[in-house]
Design a protein around this ligand. Structure first.
Ligand code: AMP
Length: 596
């Protein structure tokens, strides 16, 4: 196929925003080319050379492309950059400069195949001398191109093709071109895409053998599956109603979704929710997954969350985002932001593709597939049948540092619906409140021994507020963040005078620290917000029976309140009023009591 013909279609596609019109342009185009050529055509249409998850990039910077345009059109670089300032697009500049008679060299017309393979050569060149090679190839392509061809080559090279053709329009067109335009055919094409994430592959199969050809596209390790998505609910009774009274509730971890592909041999690959490969950013997961997953090959899904290895508590999502997209400093970040992957689904288990199994079966598999390791765990789950039961689990999830719960259908039809959003999964998050305005002065009542870097020292402290009515100290958080090395070193000496063998009678907590202290030392902490917790005992029963107040994501401010003794610490009453002053949608919308 001549590149000029494809470019004519590009121009028509660019000129319209109507999906039906786009579809008919694509149908005509797809029918014109032999099946073997369809994949490259489909990728080119999306501004890619390979399916997106392979991450093939041309690596052509603006300046490099500008130099290529200047050379190919025999124009001074300054003229090129002046023109770009006016047109705002180097592609248009290339088109204009070539249109001048002096620019055009005149040569063999370009073929689509040729353009594709030259662009692939640009992408493949790396290392020393690669910039020169990239320029040379680009110059040759532009020099041979007609003005409109040059425009699209340049835009493509810069990753700015933007024809406005969406994946689902290509799906429409493929089914209309090679099966029929009916709903079922379209659904089959889409399903093949959702399971392979590779529209080029789907195009070739459907072009060769129609719908039957699509059945040959299997789920494979190394090729990501488009993730299943969740609907949302207004409150927990709405969740239960939609699930016909019974559902599997899971913690909704707040992190990065990860699809892990573990081959029988060879290295693990991790894909993000958008199907970018992120293996290099989480080398510790790549290393540990083969130990944690003991049947292979396997494809599992989970959420990668930052954790505090000292307290075993989850950390705010923002911390893990620091590890995304990084190329340098990986080792340091791995240490600074330790993560844990909580697995919640299995899509391939050894020889068995499990996506068509109902969720309860997949969960059972997952439980026998995963062996908990330091960094890989199973997502916490509970089957619930009533709103109070769901509410308790929800509170527990929030107290554990999660953003809410995920309800999963237990029905026979609860298969893994790749790429689809539906009520088979329902998310219910707590509304975010503003960061807690005030700091809290907590009394140290216990300590936990540290692990890893903090081995041999204290890793976290248990803090309480004072309840003068009952003359007792009620725990509200376990704090392991905000300590520098020097402070950590000094902790044992500072606290030693107050160490006691058993829990002092005045201390109320659901936790069992390694060391107990007589309430004396006061320290200042800050946190994201106050939530209800089944473990902590601050103001227990005042808002909900069996639940106390807990500080989410606590952090030591660095300030010891040596000016205060234990009885001058923040009181239960103050904590309660801080809780009430928070903007809280949660209790209202989840069917719980509105605190008064
Ligand atoms: P959202 O991003 O708010 O639409 O919520 C959906 C996301 O929650 C998923 O894509 C996952 O990344 C994440 N998630 C956290 N925990 C779970 C879980 N237990 N099951 C499914 N998804 C979860």
């Amino acid at each position: 196929m001549q590149f000029a013909d494809l470019v004519a279609d590009y121009e028509r596609l660019e000129a319209t925003s109507k999906r039906l019109e786009m579809r008919s342009i694509l149908v005509d185009l797809f029918r014109k080319v032999p099946p073997a050529q369809l994949p490259s055509l489909v990728y080119l249409m999306q501004g890619e050379l390979r399916p997106e998850f392979e991450g093939v990039e041309l690596g052509v910077a603006d300046s490099l492309a500008a130099r290529a345009v200047a050379q190919a059109t025999h124009t001074p670089e300054k003229t090129v950059s002046d023109s770009v300032r006016r047109t705002g697009d180097l592609g248009t500049t290339a088109e204009e400069l070539l249109a001048k008679p002096s620019g055009r060299l005149g040569a063999e017309p370009l073929k689509v195949d040729e353009v594709y393979s030259e662009l692939t050569r640009i992408a493949a060149s790396s290392g020393e001398g690669s910039q020169e090679l990239k320029i040379r190839i680009l110059v040759e392509l532009i020099a041979r191109a007609t003005p409109p061809e040059a425009k699209y080559i340049v835009r493509f090279a810069l990753g700015k093709l933007r024809l406005g053709v969406r994946e689902m329009t290509i799906v429409d067109a493929l089914s209309a071109a090679f099966a029929d335009a009916g709903k079922e055919a379209r659904a089959a094409v889409e399903a093949a895409y959702n399971r392979s994430s590779d529209l080029g592959l789907v195009a070739e199969h459907v072009a060769r053998h129609g719908l039957a050809g699509l059945r040959e596209i299997k789920i494979e390790v190394g090729r990501p599956i488009r993730p299943m998505l969740a609907e949302r609910a207004l409150n927990l009774s709405d969740v239960l109603e939609r699930m016909h009274g019974r559902t599997a509730l899971e913690y909704k971890y707040d992190g990065l979704r990860v699809q892990a592909h573990i081959p029988s041999g060879g290295t693990v690959k991790l894909f993000s929710r958008r199907l970018d490969e992120i293996s290099t950013q989480f080398p510790e997961l790549v290393k540990e997954l083969p130990t944690a997953i003991h049947r292979r090959p396997a494809i599992v899904e989970g959420e990668c969350v930052p954790v505090d290895p000292e307290t075993d508590e989850l950390r705010p999502f923002q911390e893990v985002s620091r590890r995304r997209g990084r190329k340098h400093d990986l080792a340091r970040l791995q240490e600074e932001v330790p993560v844990r992957l909580f697995l919640f689904d299995v899509l391939l288990d050894g020889p068995t593709v499990t996506v068509d199994e109902p969720f309860p079966e997949r969960r059972k598999r997952l439980e026998t597939l995963v062996k908990d390791t330091e960094r890989v765990r199973l997502a916490t789950q509970k089957i619930v049948e009533s709103v109070p039961e769901a509410q308790r689990f929800f509170d527990e999830a929030i107290a554990a540092g999660c953003e809410g719960v995920m309800a999963k259908s237990l029905a026979a039809g609860s298969t893994y619906r790749a790429g689809a959003r539906g009520f088979w999964w329902i998310k219910y998050k707590r509304e975010y409140t503003h960061a807690l305005a005030d700091s809290i002065d907590g009394v140290v009542v216990g300590a936990f021994y540290g692990h890893g870097r903090r081995g041999g020292r204290y890793g976290a402290l248990l803090l309480a507020v004072y309840n003068p009515d009952k003359d007792r100290f009620e725990s509200f958080c376990k704090v392991g963040s905000g300590f520098d090395d020097a402070t950590l070193d000094r902790l044992p000496a500072k606290l030693k005078p107050y160490e006691v063998k058993e829990r002092p009678e005045s201390v109320l907590t659901g936790l069992e620290p390694d060391v107990w202290f007589r309430p004396a030392v006061v320290m200042e902490v800050r946190g994201a917000e106050l939530t209800l917790s089944p473990i902590h005992r601050a103001g227990v029963g005042l808002i909900r029976p069996d639940a106390g107040l807990a500080l989410r994501f606590p952090r030591f401010t660095g300030r010891w309140r040596d000016d205060k003794d234990a009885a001058n610490a923040t009181t239960t009453k103050e904590l309660l009023s801080l809780y009430r002053s928070q903007v809280r949608q949660i209790s209202k919308s989840s069917g719980g009591e509105e605190p008064t």
